[in-house]
Each structure stands twice: as C-alpha cells, then as structure tokens.
Design a protein around this ligand. Structure first.
Ligand code: AHM
Ligand code: MG
Length: 329
C-alpha cells in the first residue's frame, strides 16, 4: 500500500510558504515576512480566545463605544489588544490604524518601514451567537523616511499602494487568506498542531456566480440602482446569502462566486463599511483573485482616503456580477 494512503501528507505550512515566496524578491529583507508571521500568530491567540468565549466571561458588550459610536464587545477590545501588542512588539510596524482606536497608534518603532490598517474583529453582532467573525488587515510601506515623524500621507494611502492584505476567518474552521500582489492563497489552521497549512492555492473568484449578499431588510432605504439590481437577482432566482459578517460573506463568495453589497442607505449616506481597514483589503484580494470592487462608480482601491475611519459604499465579488450591479448606476 502506498504510504500516502496510510498517512496523508499534511502539506506546506504558512512559515515555509512565506519563506519560499520571500526568496522570489531579490530586495526582500524578511521584515514583511516577519510581519505576516506576527499577524498569523496574533490570529492564533484570538482564535483560542474566541473558541472558549462561551466558557469564560468574555462574550457580550463591554459597556464602551468605539470612535464610530458602536458598542464595543469584549472580544473586539481583546482582539485589538492582541493585534496591537503583536504589531508593536514585532518591530516592523511604525504606525497602526485600527477600527477600535480614534487616532493613529504610533508603535515607537521609528525605524520600521510598514503601516498596518486593521479591523481586529469584524462582525461584532455575530460575536455573541457563535457565528463566524474575522480579522481584516492591510499593509502599506511608509512614504516618509525612517526615523522621522509619521505623516498624513503615510497613513492615508490609496488601496492601490497596499503591499499585502489579508483576513483571518474564525469560522467552522479558522483560515488565513492573504495576498502580496501575486495571487491569493488560503491556509487552514490545524489546532492540534498549532499551524496554518496551505489548503487553497492560487484562489480564483469565479467570474459569474448566483449568490447575492446584502442586508435586504434595509431594501426601502437603498438607492434606486441597488433596488433594481436586487430585483434582477430575484428575477433570475439567485440565492440570497447574508451572514452579516463581512469576512464570512466575502469568503463564501470568493469560493463559490457571488457579490457582496453594502450600499449607501438613507441613514448611512456613505454606507457602513470603512475604506481603510475593511474595503481596501478585500478589494485587493478580490482583484488578485480575478474579481472587482467598486463603490458603485469608482474602483475602491483608487479612492483617496481623507480620514482614517472614512466609510464607503461597497460592491465586491465576481467580475460579471459587480459589473452588472454597476450598470444600474
Ligand atoms: P463591525 O465592524 O461593527 O463589525 O461592522 C461591520 C459588519 C460587517 O461584518 C457586516 O458585513 C456588516 O457590518 C453588517 O451590517 P448590517 O447589520 O447593517 O447588515
Ligand atoms: Mg468592522
């Protein structure tokens, strides 16, 4: 009997994969690789915390609000601490933009080259009820010279300037999906070994799909073009799938083909999602996988951010579906 039938190979782990990729860049110094490893490690810690949330007093609201006036969950705060600590101690990051912090966090690593924008735990309304949630991150290179003060230009870069982006999905299994601008790869966490293994090589978003993901309960407050597109989806018997966790909805559509929409509404004239640490990151991944991302009119990654917590309408997913939705504008 073949060995592989008795003991299936476990495949390539994340560290080995990152190292192999690094060797393709002659100018690579290893700092970006280390930064990705730091994020992956913090993700393991958060994963551990999420998995035992029901057993320890860690679920529920903490009684504070973030800069956006949203109730913070204990796990939001805890994840923020974990990621900021990992990024600060790692030494590769000079500044962090986080959904949970009003201002830029300067790490004190003045000679570091990288800036990270992060939503440490997205999908707050799903935290308490054991539904998938996620971490979303983007990495930029600083524009100012090292050992000088961080500038507005450093932190308000367009999505096109991302050098890496990814997400960690805490779902029925935990996955890390990332791109450095050379395709998208997905790694599944094996908890008993404590390692991520390459499980989804060179991920591609199907050009066409049959899933549309939007909070249809807000239908009456959508603009006419969005209503018309929803009607088109209904008429064509597309499946409505909406978890209400951006990472989970995006990930499903990445694998199966589909469109995710968070449009402007009468109460949220710029939509709900944040450009810098939710939309740009997923836009980069979508484009690297063959999909597209728009605010209805403009390419997401070409929007010049004017403020850290800027919101934007968001349409992302399979190319032909997003183009169809855009055609109603
Ligand atoms: P959060 O950053 O406060 O968790 O909000 C973002 C989440 C997304 O994960 C999700 O797609 C969206 O909010 C759901 O919003 P709604 O409940 O309005 O449909
Ligand atoms: Mg969020």
């Amino acid at each position: 009997m073949e060995d592989s039938r008795i003991a299936a190979p476990i495949g390539v782990n994340l560290d080995r994969f990152i190292n192999a990729k690094e060797q393709h860049f002659s100018y690579a110094t290893g700092e970006l690789s280390q930064l990705l490893r730091d994020i992956a490690l913090a993700g393991k810690v958060v994963n551990r915390e999420i998995n035992k949330a029901g057993l320890i007093n860690i679920a529920g609201a903490i009684g504070t609000q973030n800069i956006q006036g949203e109730d913070q969950q204990k796990l939001d705060v805890l994840s923020n601490i974990r990621f900021i600590r990992a990024l600060t101690k790692g030494g590769e990051v000079c500044a962090i933009i986080s959904e949970e912090d009003e201002k830029v966090i300067e790490t004190g690593s003045d000679s570091a080259k990288y800036i990270v924008a992060i939503d440490p735990l997205d999908g707050s309304s799903n935290i308490d009820v054991n539904v998938s949630i996620g971490t979303i991150f983007s990495i930029y290179r600083r524009l100012s010279v090292v050992n000088s003060p961080i500038t507005n230009e450093d932190v308000l870069q367009k999505g096109t300037e991302q050098i890496a982006a990814g997400y960690i999905l805490y779902g029925s299994s935990t996955m890390l999906v990332y791109t450095t601008g050379n395709g998208v790869n997905g790694f599944t966490y094996e908890p008993s070994l404590g390692e991520y293994f390459l499980s989804h090589h060179n991920m591609k978003l199907p050009n066409e799909g049959k899933i549309y993901s939007i909070n249809e309960g807000s239908y009456n407050s959508f603009e006419q073009p969005v209503k018309e597109y929803i009607n088109y989806c209904r008429e064509h018997k597309y499946s409505g799938r909406y978890i209400g966790s951006l990472v989970a909805d995006f990930h499903r559509n990445l694998l199966k083909g589909g469109i995710y929409i968070y449009p402007k509404t009468t109460t949220s004239p710029n939509g709900k999602l944040r450009l810098m640490y939710e939309c740009n990151c997923l836009a980069f991944i979508a484009e690297q996988a063959g999909g597209i991302a728009t605010d209805g009119v403009h390419r997401i990654m070409e929007i010049q951010p004017k403020e850290l917590h800027q919101r934007t309408p968001f349409f992302v997913g399979s190319k032909s579906m997003v183009e169809k939705a855009k055609s109603y504008y």
